[in-house]
Design a binder for this molecule. Structure first.
Ligand code: IVH
Length: 661
């Protein structure tokens, strides 16, 4: 057990990792690798003082930081302009030729991840940073070190900065989402979000567990190394032991670019990682210099973005569902297909007009895509593939659950079941009442509500608070032990203390969402006060339009609703707002703010809530009326728009300072 042996093992294992992960060309077996690794761990444990920073054992993470430091990019990290069509690619090429450049282009895959910069000194990895706003990024060194394809040491002792993309493979993302689904956590919507969320972990063990990877595609100052072309830069970085993409290809004209795009448009499915387009770069560094930059983009490169993926399948049926407000929604039942990574067998068709406008017929071959890469959407029917056996769509006239006649409100497109006794509406209402953002009664999930409803233990909301009277018979039900029933009854009891906004949202008053419920609860303090508020007073509140005001007045006027509220009151359910008070701050009162990018101290919900508590309003789009845009890391187009409109830009720190003033 000598230090020499330890150094030798580090060398062997790092080389094996490089061959395996970077070159995709294993040189030793897994068993050999494990044997060497165990030997190394044994030595390191016996002699912690010998431990080396570049040891492969460090790839499992361990470093935890308190907050992200900042790293200034000496050469700003720019973004790329976008093109979406052949015409735009031709125009891009023409602009370049007009400058007297006769380009060779490098075509590269546009990796769907997030960009990073790596700094090496003397061949040793010093720091890793995110792009941030392009000038200052976040120090993510502790997490970058856990990426197996980021070498601790380069093959030459050079001082160099390289840039590339951190990404998560399709397989890892799928696996992560499978676990999240099991734990009832929100799913990560795409590889980019997944990678971004992972590098923003304070605990590097979590980042390590995310199995991130990278492709290196940019050398910011090639001349310092005597490099004249981008392709040479790629070769050089590869020689240093960095992971460069083998799909890169040099082409000599627009046709070459189009061929590359078409090839990967078809074959992107087979890649183990997500790409969202192709990047086209002028190869000669001299030409790049000549073409120069705009404020945001290099003029010598652009990104072609793929159109959203569309897949064909059969529309097997259109079925109707009843929501908690009685709203009837047609839904497409599809032959299951894989779209952008997940299997789709259902898609909402919104309403009768939507189906008729698209002229969807049962039996049609339809194209499906995921809007924003998340929500499945039926794009159109392939009319040329009709056989004549397709069935035309007909809106139903009666509720699919209770059979009652359906009504359409004036000027609206949706049909409603208005039967106050429709069991489905009741059940959906109960499910909503107990849900996480409403009364938040743990253990009272959809299935249990359905069971208890069918067994007639609960028909209306207040019955939930009588369940304790049935404790003994409930514990005898199959599948419900004493312990689980007691826990459930305790959760029901606890929910009585909820602040008013939860009850108000839970009542399921049409058009009253979570945010409106909160604002009303804060404003009125008690349910009694709100129930007395006349229409005119309600519409005068900012953000309350005539639809919401009418909805509230109508709801509270109904005898059956007043009776139910009384029953809840008698059962001891709190009807007072007990959350944080509005502390109006003149810097915020009556003003609208927009938040973009990832913040450090607040989640998006938290900062928006804080803005509301200060008397302001949080909006999702920037306009001339926006008072300020609060910008975190990796801001989106809202940041650009704010700059364009000259809207004040606040960092998170500026925001905190304003709050404290
Ligand atoms: S080159 C000055 N190459 O796309 C050149 N970017 O939309 C800067 N990206 O911020 C970037 N794959 O995060 C380049 N092969 C590739 C890329 C790539 C993905 C990302 C990168 C950039 C964004 C621009």
């Amino acid at each position: 057990m000598t230090k020499e042996r330890m150094m030798e093992l580090i060398e062997i294992l790092n080389e094996a990792n490089y061959n395996y992960y970077v070159l995709d060309n294993p040189t030793i077996t897994d068993q050999e690798f494990d044997k060497y690794l165990r030997e190394l761990i044994t030595i390191e444990n016996a002699h912690p003082e010998w431990r080396q920073e570049d040891s492969p054992t460090q790839k499992v993470g361990g470093e935890v930081i308190d907050s992200f430091g900042k790293i200034t990019h000496e050469i700003p990290m720019l973004s790329l302009s976008n093109v979406f069509s052949e015409e735009e690619i031709i125009a891009f090429d023409e602009r370049i030729r007009k400058e007297g450049v006769h380009p060779t282009y490098m075509c590269e895959l546009k990796i769907d991840g997030l960009s990073m910069s790596l700094n090496y000194k003397d061949g040793k990895l010093m720091t890793g940073a995110t792009r941030g706003d392009g000038v200052t990024g976040e120090d993510i060194t502790h997490n970058v070190k856990t990426i197996k394809t980021v070498p601790f040491k380069l093959k030459e002792k050079v001082d160099i900065e390289v840039r590339g993309e951190i990404y998560m493979s399709k397989k890892t993302l799928e696996e992560l989402n499978r676990v999240r689904k099991e734990n009832n956590e929100p799913l990560l919507q795409n590889a980019r979000n997944a990678a971004a969320g992972s590098v923003r972990q304070l605990d590097s063990k979590i980042a390590a567990s995310r199995n991130l990877d990278c492709w290196i595609y940019h050398l910011p100052n090639p001349e310092d190394y005597g490099i004249m072309t981008h392709s040479e830069a790629i070769d050089y970085m590869k020689k240093l032991g960095l992971k460069t993409n083998p799909c890169n290809k040099l082409v000599s004209d627009v046709q070459g670019i189009l061929d590359y795009i078409n090839y990967y448009h078809v074959h992107r499915k087979e890649l183990p990682y997500d790409i969202d387009g192709v990047v086209i770069k002028v190869n000669s560094i001299k030409d790049q210099k000549k073409l120069g930059y705009t404020a945001k983009y290099p003029k010598w490169a652009t990104a072609y973005k793929f159109p959203a993926e569309e897949v064909l399948t059969k529309l097997k049926d259109i079925i109707f569902t009843v929501g908690r407000t009685g709203q009837i929604t047609p839904n497409a039942v599809l032959e299951p297909v894989l779209v952008a990574g997940s299997t789709i067998s259902r898609a909402t068709l919104h309403n009768e007009d939507y189906v008729k406008m698209k002229d969807l017929r049962i039996g049609d071959i339809v194209s499906i895509r995921k809007a924003g890469d998340v929500i499945p959407e039926v794009v159109e029917a392939k009319k040329e593939r009709r056989t004549g056996n397709e069935k035309e769509f007909e809106m139903i006239k009666n509720c699919p659950i209770c059979g009652d006649f359906l009504y359409k409100k004036e000027g609206q497109v949706d049909y409603y079941c208005m039967n106050p006794l429709c069991p489905k509406i009741h059940m959906e209402g109960l499910i909503h009442f107990v849900s996480r953002h409403a009364m938040n009664i743990d253990g009272l999930g959809e299935r249990i509500i359905e069971d208890f409803f069918n067994l007639k233990y609960i028909a209306k909301k207040s019955d939930i608070y009588h369940l304790d009277e049935h404790r003994d018979s409930l514990t005898e039900l199959e599948g419900y032990g004493e312990k689980s029933i007691d826990n459930l009854l305790q959760a029901i009891e606890n929910s009585k203390k909820n602040s008013l906004e939860r009850l108000l949202f839970g009542l399921g008053i049409p058009n009253i969402g979570e945010k409106t419920a909160k604002m009303l609860a804060q404003r009125y303090g008690t349910l009694d006060h709100l129930m007395e508020a006349p229409f005119d007073e309600l519409v005068a509140i900012p953000d309350i339009g005539p639809i919401i005001a009418k909805s509230l007045v109508e709801y509270f006027a109904k005898e059956e609703n007043r009776e139910e509220i009384n029953r809840l009151k008698e059962l001891g359910i709190n009807m007072t707002y007990t959350g944080p008070k509005i502390e109006v701050n003149t810097a915020f009162e009556g003003k609208t703010f927009v938040v973009t990018g990832t913040l450090e101290k607040f989640s998006r919900d938290e900062i928006e809530e804080k803005i509301r508590l200060l008397g302001g309003k949080a909006s999702s789009s920037v306009s001339k009326k926006t008072a300020a845009v609060i910008v975190g890391a990796n801001p989106g187009s809202k940041y650009d728009k704010a700059k364009e409109l000259g809207i004040p830009i606040w960092s998170e720190e500026d925001f905190v300072n304003q709050v404290n003033e």
